[in-house]
Design a protein around this ligand. Structure first.
Ligand code: MV4
Length: 608
C-alpha cells in the first residue's frame, strides 16, 4: 500500500474498487492520476496482492472463495461505510452486471460507476435485449425473440430458415450453454440439454433460437453515454480468437472491415444503447458474416479488452466512466472521436497450453520480466512473488500493443511476447504466439470457430511452470568422476562473442546456488518462442541445446536407453557435452553421425 496522499479531485473523493487482479490495478491507476483516493478490498488469499499494495486504503472482506469475499455484498457495504468511499467501481465479472448490487450501492448514497440497473436488467435477459434492439431497428441474428419450449417450433424454424440452429440460454451470455442443432433428429435432446444447462449455469431455464452462423467474426462496438443524452460509438474490437468462450486475442480496428460497415455498426450500437437508457461505458456485440452484421448481446460493463480501444482512440475509458458517473457531460462529440493505427491485446492466463489443453496452472510467480518499448502496454495484476490462485480467474496480465498498422502491431506483439518472462506458472503465451504467427490470422480469414476447428496446437508446450522439461546436457563424466553436478546457466564470452550456456558443473556445497530443477520454470532468459519451440520430454525427442559438432554417437536404433543415459557427445565451445535421454525407452531414430554440425534445438535422436 502506497502511503502517498492524493490531492482532492473534482470527480470523487474516494473510490472503492469492488474487484481484484489486473482490473483493480487498472482502475487504481486512473483514480490516482485524477487525485482520487482509492480503496481496495481483499479476500484472505489476496491480503498482499498487487491491488492492495497500490491502493491508498484496503479492507478485508474475509473468506477465500469469490462467493465468500468479492461476491459478499454485506462485506463490501461494510468496507464502503468504514472507508467513507463516495463511489464504487465494480470492474468486470463479479458484481459488475448485478442489479441488486448496483441498487444496494445507490441505496447507501454512494455512486455506482456503471449503467442504471434498469439498463442492466434489459440487457441481462438476452430475449429482452433482442426485443429492445429490434424495436430500435437493429436486427439480431435471424431468430425468435421469445422463449421456446416446444421442439416442434425448433424443427419448424430449422426447416424454414435452414440448419444449423443455435439454441441459447435467455439469461446466459458468453456462449455458455449454447447448443448447435444440425437437424430435426437432434432437436429434442439439444433442447432439453440447453434447458438443463441454462437452469444450472444461470438459474433460469428459458431458451431461445437463432440461425447458427457457421464462420462469423465476433465484432463488438464500444459505446460511451453520459447523463445528458449524448451517446458516442468509439470504435470496434474484433474478438474472434476465442477458445471455449474465452477470448484469447482482441484487436482494433477489425481487419478487412469496411468503413461504411463500421459507421453503420457504430450507429446501430448507439441505437441499442439509447433503447435501454444506457449511461456510462458499454459494449454492443455483433456477429459479422458475409458483409452483414447482426446484434448478439450487450455487455453493461467495462470489458477486459477495453485497452485496445484506449490505444486507438487515445481515451482513458476509466476516466470517462468516472466523469460520466459524477454527472459530467462528455467532453467530445462523435466527430471528434479519432481512431489511429492498430492495437492488439493478448490475454496472458496462468494456463498450460501444451497440446492445446489449457490446463489451469496456479502457483507462485517466481520471475516476471515485463516487455517494454514503443507502443507496448502491460496491464498486470501480479508481480514476481505473487501467487495465482485457483479460486479466481487466472488472468495474470493483458499485453496490449499499438502500431501504425496491423502487421507492425502483430510483429510488435510477437517481439513483446518473446521478451516476456513469466516463471513459476505456465502461461498461454505459446498459444498466443502460435495464433499470431498463423497464416490464417495474418490473412484475417479466421472466425469464432477457427481456434477450435482449424488451429493445431499439438506442438505447443508450456512456457514456464511445470511445462515440458527440456533435454538436459549432462557432463561427459570420466568413469572415476562421481562428483555430483548441477545444471547452471552461465554466460560466456569467447573470442569477443557472448554466449548463454547451460552447463553441468560440480555441485559445490555452500556457496553454489541451487540450480533450477529440470523442467522447472526457472529457465530465465529464454524467450517464450524458444521455449515453445523446443522439443519436450513428453515427445521423447533428444535435442541439443546449442550449436556444435557431434563427436560421438553412443546409441543405435533399437537400443534400450535409460533416462539420463548419454545418447551422443556434442563438442561446443571447446568442451565436450553429453546429450542425454530425458526418458527411458527404445531408440526409434538416430538423426546424426560423428562429424555432423548441429544447431541449437536440433533433434539428434527419438526415444519411443
Ligand atoms: C452465435 C454464434 C453463431 N451463430 N450465435 C454467443 C455469446 C457471444 N459472446 C458469442 N456467441 C455466439 N453466438 C449464432 N446464431 C457464435 C457465437 C460465438 C461463439 C460461440 C461459441 C463459442 C465461441 C464463440 C465466440 C464468438 C462468438
Amino acid at each position: 500500500m502506497i502511503q502517498q496522499q492524493t490531492k482532492g479531485s473534482t470527480v470523487f473523493d474516494k473510490v472503492l474498487i469492488a474487484n481484484r487482479g489486473e482490473i483493480a490495478v487498472r482502475v487504481i491507476r486512473t483514480c490516482r492520476e485524477l487525485g482520487i483516493a482509492t480503496v481496495a478490498v481483499y479476500s484472505e488469499l489476496d491480503r498482499d496482492a498487487l491491488h492492495v499494495r497500490l491502493a491508498d486504503e484496503a479492507y478485508a472482506l474475509g473468506g477465500q472463495s469469490a462467493a465468500e469475499s468479492y461476491l459478499n455484498t454485506a462485506a463490501i457495504l461494510d468496507s464502503i461505510r468504514r472507508s467513507g468511499a463516495d463511489a464504487v467501481h465494480p470492474g468486470y465479472g463479479f458484481f459488475s452486471e448485478n442489479t441488486d448490487f448496483a441498487r444496494a450501492i445507490t441505496a447507501e448514497g454512494v455512486t455506482f460507476i456503471g449503467p442504471p440497473p434498469e439498463a442492466i436488467e434489459v440487457m441481462g435477459d438476452k430475449i429482452s435485449s433482442r426485443q429492445a434492439a429490434e424495436a430500435a431497428g437493429v436486427p439480431g441474428v435471424p431468430g425468435q425473440s421469445e422463449p421456446v419450449t416446444d421442439p416442434a417450433v425448433i424443427t419448424a424454424f430449422g426447416e424454414t430458415h435452414g440448419w444449423p440452429v443455435a439454441i441459447k440460454a435467455a439469461f446466459g451470455g458468453g456462449g455458455r450453454g449454447m447448443k448447435v442443432v444440425h437437424g430435426p433428429d437432434e432437436v429434442v435432446e439439444a433442447m432439453e440439454s440447453a434447458q438443463r444447462e441454462a437452469q444450472a449455469y444461470f438459474g433460469r431455464p428459458e431458451i431461445y433460437l437463432e440461425r447458427y452462423l457457421s464462420w462469423p467474426r465476433h465484432v463488438e462496438m464500444q459505446i460511451l453515454a453520459d447523463t445528458q443524452g449524448t451517446c458516442l460509438w468509439l470504435g470496434e474490437r474484433d474478438c474472434s480468437c476465442q477458445r471455449r468462450h474465452q477470448k484469447l486475442i482482441e484487436e482494433s480496428p477489425a481487419p478487412d472491415f469496411p468503413d461504411d460497415v463500421r459507421r453503420a455498426m457504430g450507429e446501430a450500437a448507439v441505437k441499442v444503447a439509447r433503447a435501454c437508457g444506457y449511461v456510462n461505458a458499454g459494449t454492443v456485440e455483433f456477429l459479422y458474416q458475409d458483409g452483414s452484421f447482426f446484434f448478439l448481446e450487450m455487455n453493461t460493463r467495462l470489458q477486459v479488452e477495453h485497452p485496445v480501444t484506449e490505444l486507438v482512440t487515445g481515451l482513458d475509458l476509466v476516466e470517462q466512466q468516472l466523469r460520466v458517473a459524477a454527472g459530467e457531460p462528455l467532453s467530445l462529440t462523435q466527430e471528434q472521436v479519432r481512431r489511429d493505427g492498430h492495437a492488439i491485446e493478448v490475454r496472458i492466463n496462468a494456463e498450460d497450453p501444451t497440446a492445446g489443453r489449457f490446463a489451469p496452472s496456479p502457483g507462485t510467480i517466481t520471475r516476471f520480466r515485463a516487455p517494454a518499448g514503443p507502443g507496448v502496454r502491460l496491464d498486470a495484476g501480479y508481480e514476481a512473488g505473487d501467487t495465482v490462485s485457483q479460486f479466481y480467474d487466472n488472468l495474470v496480465a493483458k499485453l496490449v500493443v499499438w502500431a501504425p498498422d496491423r502487421d507492425r502491431a502483430r510483429r510488435r506483439m510477437l517481439r513483446s511476447l518473446a521478451e516476456t518472462v513469466i516463471e513459476g506458472v505456465a502461461t498461454t503465451i505459446p498459444a498466443d504466439v502460435a495464433i499470431l504467427e498463423h497464416p490464417d490470422f495474418v490473412a484475417a480469414t479466421h472466425s469464432t470457430n477457427w481456434v477450435e476447428q482449424r488451429l493445431d496446437l499439438a506442438g505447443v508446450t508450456a512456457s514456464g511452470g511445470s511445462g515440458g522439461a527440456e533435454t538436459a546436457v549432462a557432463p561427459a563424466q570420466g568413469a572415476d568422476d562421481d562428483t555430483p553436478r548441477v545444471l547452471r546457466k552461465v554466460t560466456a564470452e569467447v573470442d569477443g562473442r557472448r554466449y548463454q550456456l547451460k552447463l553441468w558443473v560440480p555441485d559445490i556445497a555452500g556457496g553454489a546456488v541451487a540450480a533450477p530443477a529440470r523442467g522447472s520454470a526457472a529457465r530465465p532468459g529464454r524467450s517464450a518462442r524458444a521455449r515453445s519451440a523446443s522439443g519436450g520430454a513428453g515427445s521423447g525427442t533428444v535435442a541439443v541445446p546449442m550449436q556444435g559438432t557431434i563427436v560421438k554417437v553412443l546409441v543405435a536404433v533399437g537400443d534400450m536407453v535409460e533416462a539420463g543415459q548419454t545418447v551422443c557427445v556434442l563438442e561446443a565451445m571447446k568442451m565436450e557435452n553429453a546429450i542425454t535421454a530425458e526418458r527411458t525407452g527404445t531408440v526409434t531414430e538416430v538423426k546424426v553421425a560423428a562429424g555432423d554440425s548441429v544447431g541449437a534445438g536440433d533433434v539428434v535422436a527419438v526415444i519411443g
